[in-house]
Design a protein around this ligand. Structure first.
Ligand code: HEC
Ligand code: HEC
Ligand code: HEC
Ligand code: HEC
Ligand code: HEC
Length: 215
């Protein structure tokens, strides 16, 4: 049996159970979801038009994530940097590199580099970066060790169950807001207790009700 059917079919009964009450939205959502699995497949690792390496830039060179993804703390979406951010350095660093040809061309024509999306939720679910970061959830909790990735790889399923698992008990995932982009920080190893942090003014209430994430 198990060899005859793709593995995702194991989850079908759960999906149908969830879909029942929400038939309209649910069926469309479920169809979109089950027939376009790549975005939620852990390990999804598309090739990019420029071989940009986080391991080099964020790891070895130690650049902070916010130098490039500079809207992440105040907006829903974490901006992908414009070509000029790259050219700040690459006008002088490796100005003749073949690997940077598309970056230079983009700078000249003004056409943005066609980066391929790796993380993407379906339209019917709502997510915002700013609230998570101000609550002290680090990039590493949701994106893994980006600073060690030569090419960005999906490291978490981004499924509803995954969101809810943290929402039901966020505390072990929290860190001091000053450490949100520190990839090596481990709240447990550092002995961090959110309840004892005077910087935290209020208790967090991540939504578990449907309309919190399906608006
Ligand atoms: C020098 C600029 C730069 C820095 C610094 C940087 N990034 Fe990126 N990031 C990019 C670019 C360009 C892309 C799009 C190409 C790609 O996916 O590699 C990207 C893509 C991503 C993606 C995937 C977006 C998608 O399509 O789903 C994530 C997640 C990400 N970065 C997280 C981080 C984190 C976390 C850090 C800090 C540890 C960081 N980045 C540091 C430039 C940067
Ligand atoms: C703060 C400076 C800085 C910024 C900003 C920066 N880079 Fe780099 N990049 C470097 C350095 C330093 C190297 C390594 C050069 C070397 O190997 O000598 C490098 C190497 C590279 C390489 C490999 C080049 C080769 O020939 O091996 C690529 C590709 C690259 N960067 C793409 C990008 C892209 C795309 C962006 C914008 C999203 C970007 N970089 C932003 C400093 C930067
Ligand atoms: C609570 C989990 C979570 C945290 C924390 C988080 N991200 Fe994300 N990130 C996501 C999800 C989910 C998506 C896909 C969003 C979508 O499709 O609407 C995403 C998408 C992205 C993207 C693609 C552009 C976008 O916004 O859709 C980039 C770049 C990115 N994240 C960078 C970062 C950086 C840098 C940090 C830390 C400063 C960070 N993320 C922290 C969950 C998270
Ligand atoms: C690692 C923990 C963690 C993960 C994973 C996570 N969240 Fe959250 N989420 C939180 C915390 C903490 C809050 C903050 C609640 C507060 O500020 O009271 C929050 C708040 C929210 C809110 C309410 C704030 C707002 O933007 O209106 C939404 C919606 C939300 N999360 C959606 C999602 C979705 C969708 C996913 C999965 C793609 C997700 N979250 C994954 C921890 C997490
Ligand atoms: C914390 C955020 C969050 C909450 C709360 C939430 N959902 Fe979801 N839901 C999501 C995300 C994210 C997806 C997309 C998952 C994916 O692509 O795998 C999703 C997908 C779905 C789907 C599509 C089928 C599937 O299983 O992927 C249905 C139906 C659904 N949700 C119904 C509900 C119902 C009913 C509730 C209330 C009991 C609810 N959701 C509460 C985040 C949430």
């Amino acid at each position: 049996m198990s060899k005859l059917f793709p593995r995702w079919m194991n989850h079908l009964p759960t999906v149908l159970a969830v879909v029942g009450p929400l038939a309209g939205v649910g069926v469309v959502a479920a169809v979109n979801y089950w027939f376009s699995p790549k975005y939620t497949d852990v390990g999804y690792r598309p090739e990019q038009p420029v071989p940009f390496s986080h391991r080099l830039h964020a790891g070895e060179l130690g650049m902070d994530c916010r130098y490039c993804h500079n809207t992440v703390e105040r907006a829903a979406v974490a901006a992908i940097p414009p070509t000029n951010t790259c050219l700040n350095c690459h006008r002088y660093v490796k100005p003749d590199s073949e690997k940077l040809a598309l970056v230079r061309a983009s700078g000249e024509t003004g056409q943005s580099i066609p980066w391929v999306r790796v993380h993407q939720l379906p339209d019917y679910s709502y997510f915002s970066h700013d609230v998570h970061l101000s609550a002290g959830v680090g990039c590493a909790s949701c994106h893994g060790r980006i600073d060690q990735m030569e090419r960005v790889t999906l490291s978490q399923p981004l499924s509803m169950g995954w969101c809810l698992e943290c929402h039901r008990n966020p505390e072990p995932h929290l860190r001091p807001p000053s450490e949100i982009t520190n990839m090596a920080y481990e709240p447990r190893a550092a002995g961090y207790d959110p309840k004892a942090d005077p910087a935290r003014q209020r208790a967090l209430q991540p939504p578990e009700n449907c309309s919190g994430c399906h608006r």
